[in-house]
Design a protein around this ligand. Structure first.
Ligand code: PMP
Length: 382
């Protein structure tokens, strides 16, 4: 069976796993127990990981805060601004209708608490129009939150252009880089933002750990306060005992990504070309969800005309693990809100699947299983 759901979670890279096992075996101390070597050694694992993350992102180590994952990072980045909002009188948030639920649901709660939230719809290309965002910015605007790459479509968003524009204004900019971290390495380094989130498990690190970057603009961190209380870990931004092995694994995954992303990029693109060729040769009628000109090379969101994605997934489940949306919402099926907001008709959404792969995806195996899946699709086509 071939795994083609990397955007939901990627397998842990063997070198990451090896590093983590070593930490679990030999570095089980609490990184904040500073009265003995066990604590000191654990602390040094955490600080090495912080260096690895900061090196990948091109930020300073004092700007990296470990969290339990992108969901928590997004929550801190958004909810953590409430005190500042009260102090500054700024109560307007701009985001988009294609964000992950971790942003979407958080800003919805903020609107229940009195914030005014604007959701910008994407163009049919799957991309957000920068001018539409900028038009909404006003004196009360506290925050703009835009994802770097959409998890369902793989469409790269214009965070670079938007960051450039927003940096000239007194507005905070948050980027959910969960799907791009470790892939669009150079682009992330050049972005202008105040806050950035990601989860380690999307770049072959472990599940349950992530990062919130708080950029020091003029040597001052964004006015983010903790949303959970306890210890002073991560400067109180994320209290609770630091999961040393998870953090170490996150660091190792970032280190590997930094060294290998160019090579990986070529592999991911080659896989995409081969999938597109098989698709073309299949004779099936299909269309892409999202303009492929802007699509990341590890994702394909595809509509196979006349083929119910549910029927296709049930029939091919044993050997092909694709999805029809984000994993977080796939239990109770309702048409993807991302595709809906792109203006794609419901019938087409019901015939859509998402395929996402990674650097260790075996090309030969993939071709074999994808071909098999397309044959089933042909038999299901109305
Ligand atoms: N943002 C994006 C864009 C994502 O794809 C995901 C994971 N699907 C998240 C946030 C949340 O990540 P986690 O579940 O690891 O907290």
């Amino acid at each position: 069976s071939i795994y083609l759901d990397y955007n939901a979670s990627s397998p842990v890279e063997p070198r990451v796993l090896e590093a983590m096992v070593d930490i679990y075996k030999n570095n089980f101390g609490n990184a904040d127990s500073r009265t003995h070597d066990f604590g000191d050694h654990a602390r040094s694992v955490v600080e090495t990981a912080r260096k690895q993350v900061s090196s990948l992102l091109g930020v300073s180590t004092s700007e990296v805060f470990f969290t339990s994952g992108a969901t928590e990072s997004n929550n801190i980045a958004i909810q953590g601004l409430q005190t500042y909002a009260l102090e500054s009188g700024k109560n307007h948030i701009i985001t988009t209708s294609i964000e992950h639920k971790a942003v979407m649901e958080t800003v919805k709660v903020m609107s229940e608490r009195g914030f005014i939230v604007d959701f910008i719809d994407p163009e049919s290309s799957g991309r957000i129009n920068v001018a539409k965002v900028l038009k909404k910015v006003c004196a009360n605007t506290l925050l703009v939150s835009l994802m770097h790459v959409n998890n369902e479509t793989g469409i790269i968003q214009p965070v670079k252009e938007l960051g450039e524009e927003l940096s000239k204004q007194n507005v905070l900019f948050h980027v959910d880089a969960t799907q791009s971290c470790g892939k669009l390495v150079q682009e992330i380094r050049e972005l202008k933002y105040n806050m950035l989130s990601f989860s380690a498990h999307k770049l072959r690190g472990p599940q349950g750990v992530g990062v919130l970057v708080l950029r020091k603009k003029e040597y001052k961190l964004p006015p983010v306060k903790a949303i959970m209380y306890g210890g002073q870990q991560e400067h109180g931004i994320r209290p609770g005992t630091i999961p040393v092995a998870l953090v170490g694994g996150c660091g190792k995954a970032c280190e590997i990504a930094e060294i290998e992303y160019k090579k990986d990029e070529a592999k991911l693109s080659a896989i995409k070309m081969s999938l597109l060729k098989l698709l073309e040769d299949s004779g099936l009628s299909y269309s892409f969800n999202g303009d492929q000109k802007y699509c990341l090379n590890n994702t394909l969101n595809l509509c196979l005309h006349g083929v119910s994605s549910e029927a296709l997934m049930i029939s091919t489940k044993q050997y092909c693990s694709v999805s029809n949306g984000s994993a977080c919402t796939s239990k109770n099926y309702s048409p993807s809100y991302v595709l809906v907001s792109m203006g794609i008709p419901i019938e087409q959404i019901e015939n859509s699947i998402r395929i996402s792969w990674g650097p260790e995806t075996n090309m030969g195996e993939l071709e074999k299983e994808f071909f098999r899946m397309l044959s089933v699709a042909k038999s299901l086509a109305e």
